[in-house]
Ligand binder design. Structure first.
Ligand SMILES: [Zn+2]
Length: 362
């Protein structure tokens, strides 16, 4: 790692001091050198029964010599000690033009150079770093990875992405091979789009991948499914955003099956608090807001003068008023990033049409 790269890496690490919490409250067995653990702890099965579909498993045949794979789903990396990086890929490449979603449960505590989940082409040499500790996924343009440190990597470029993860977390990987989009979920919450440049031509075969440098680190594939890019898929994606509409669809026996099959579309991004939106306003928004802030302050003062004598008005209150107002108006700030997107209003319109066509009594 060059000096500059290490500096960037350290800077990114510092900025991603956001740890995640486990998916459930179960206790996990601790790794022990003794043959008998102090007490037997039942293995946690939480989240494993949502879907048991496994369209592919981990490839035992091209398995790394420093790993132990059980039932094609559970991997123990470096079962004795670690001397480098082990990379494992799925049995099948991800088919073009389809939507793929799989989930991995982290069974052990993670530590060390890196543990990454993601995808890579058939050109990735699984043994290249057998005797080197590396963040293997995303080292070049042939793979894309999400590190347990909360960073993503592609083409040797690290970027801050989401939360850190360790034992007890469920990481979902969604790959849209129709649009070339890669997205990661943590404990069934989307963390947003990680990459949108996944090749969609039929030349390269892209496989699910995972890599680890950590001795006795262990993960389990709990479900893996692929779906055709179809009208049903897109309708379900829109319907899933509206809980009442989804409820109505689930009440229809012929449609319930589709809602159940496409369960992962119902997983939601956490609602971002106003503070998050405020902190994420672009600098140009900030400049524009300064002018607006002055205007708004005068408005608030004149309003409060009409009702009561002016009190101390905090900056937060002023911003809050502006954001709520802009949000309700659904009008973009001129030339700046907007809070509401046009795609969501299109979705709302489509949901309204579906609701009207299917559920209104004509
Ligand atoms: Zn549990």
């Amino acid at each position: 790692m060059t000096h500059n790269r290490r500096a960037t890496y350290n800077m990114l690490l510092r900025s991603s001091e956001n740890r995640s919490v486990p998916f459930c409250n179960c206790e996990y067995p601790a790794v022990t050198r003794s043959r008998h653990t102090a007490r037997k702890i039942e293995r946690c099965r939480c989240g494993e029964d949502t879907s048991t579909r496994l369209d592919w498993t981990w490839d035992v045949d091209c398995g790394h010599p420093d790993t132990k794979i059980t039932n094609g789903t559970e991997i123990v990396f470096h079962p004795v000690y670690s001397q480098g990086t082990a990379v494992i890929r799925g049995t099948q490449p991800l088919q073009q033009g389809m939507h793929h979603y799989w989930e991995i449960k982290i069974l052990s505590q993670l530590a060390g150079t890196d543990i990454m989940l993601g995808i890579g082409t058939d050109k990735v040499d699984l043994l290249a770093h057998r005797f080197k500790f590396a963040s293997c996924l995303g080292l070049d343009d042939q793979s894309w990875g999400y590190s347990y440190r909360g960073l993503t990597q592609h083409n040797n470029q690290l970027k801050y992405y989401g939360k850190k993860f360790s034992q007890g977390r469920i990481i979902g990987v969604y790959v849209d091979m129709f649009r070339g989009v890669l997205e990661f979920y943590l404990n069934r919450r989307s963390q947003g789009r990680a990459y949108s440049n996944i090749p969609r031509d039929s030349k390269g075969c892209i496989y699910p991948m995972v890599c680890s440098t950590s001795a006795k680190s262990s993960i389990k594939l709990i479900n893996a499914a692929s779906f055709k890019d179809s009208l049903i898929f897109h309708c379900m994606r829109v319907i899933s955003k509206y809980p009442k509409l989804l409820e109505q669809v689930q009440a229809i026996p012929g449609l319930r099956r589709h809602a159940d099959d496409l369960w992962f579309l119902q997983l939601r991004e956490p609602k971002k608090p106003d503070e998050f939106q405020r902190n994420n306003l672009l600098l140009e928004d900030e400049a524009l807001l300064c002018g607006m802030k002055k205007k708004k302050f005068n408005e608030i003062v004149s309003q409060s003068q009409a009702q009561a004598p002016p009190e101390n008005i905090s900056e937060d209150q002023i911003y809050e008023n502006m954001i709520t107002e802009e949000d309700t108006k659904k009008q973009p700030l001129n030339g700046t990033r907007t809070i509401s997107t046009s795609s969501s209003s299109e979705d709302e319109e489509l949901a309204w049409m579906i609701s009207r066509e299917f559920f209104c009594n004509h």
